[in-house]
Design a protein around this ligand. Structure first.
Ligand SMILES: [Zn+2]
Length: 217
């Protein structure tokens, strides 16, 4: 027996059905809790739902005693390649930015970034471009000179707090990329980062920063 036929007959035993349906139930509960919560809590429930779904893969694989399914083999190959690509892209892009802009450390605001993100290794870099840009690569945050000039100190903190949320998201790169493996739909990470920043600097400051950035982008 191969493929789907094997999958259906081998996994028909009650013990596999019980363990797989329990995992699906945990995943569904975690997804509901994810949709009902916000901020870091939402992120955690999202990770739980992804990890639960992913842990069903070895159970399915082990359950298929008659023939290892080609589909599962293909899937395992895909997650190895996808993980390697997603883990290496931020490093390659960071290297490109260092060569193009020669970013400088911005130590005055680095303490703020570290306290908000909870990551003591995070670094804050200033890019020498007038285009207003801010983004996160791994644990490091990049803000352009154009962004710094355009915003007040508090508004700049709003942008850094938003990026600090992405630093938390990136804390476990493999977990961050779980949805590549599980195909679960993405949740609104940008909205969550804004909610997180609003709690730290206040909603009005965040909106003021957003308006200024939108006006020139
Ligand atoms: Zn963002």
């Amino acid at each position: 027996m191969v493929g789907g036929e094997c999958l259906l007959s081998c996994l028909a035993s009650p013990e596999y059905q019980i363990s797989l349906s329990s995992m699906m139930a945990i995943m569904a509960v975690a997804l509901v809790l994810c949709l009902r919560s916000d901020g870091v809590e939402r992120l955690k429930y999202y990770w739980v739902s992804n990890i639960t779904l992913l842990s069903a893969v070895p159970i399915v694989y082990l359950g298929m005693s008659c023939e290892r399914s080609f589909v599962i083999g293909l899937y395992l190959g895909y997650i190895i390649i996808a993980s390697a690509v997603f883990l290496s892209i931020p490093r390659i892009y960071a290297e490109y930015l260092f060569r193009k802009y020669g970013p400088e450390r911005c130590e005055e605001l680095e303490d703020f970034l570290r306290s908000v993100s909870g990551s003591q290794n995070s670094k804050l870099y200033l890019l020498s471009t007038s285009e207003p840009k801010a983004f996160t690569l791994g644990k490091d945050v990049f803000v352009s000179a154009g962004m710094v000039e355009m915003l007040s100190d508090d508004e700049l903190k709003a942008v850094i707090a938003h990026e600090a949320f992405h630093v938390m998201q990136n804390r476990f790169p493999l977990i961050k990329n779980l949805r590549v493996m599980t195909f679960l739909p993405s949740i609104n990470f940008e909205g969550m980062a804004d909610e997180f920043a609003a709690k730290i600097v206040g909603k009005e400051t965040l909106l003021a920063a957003r308006m200024k950035v939108r006006a020139v982008c």
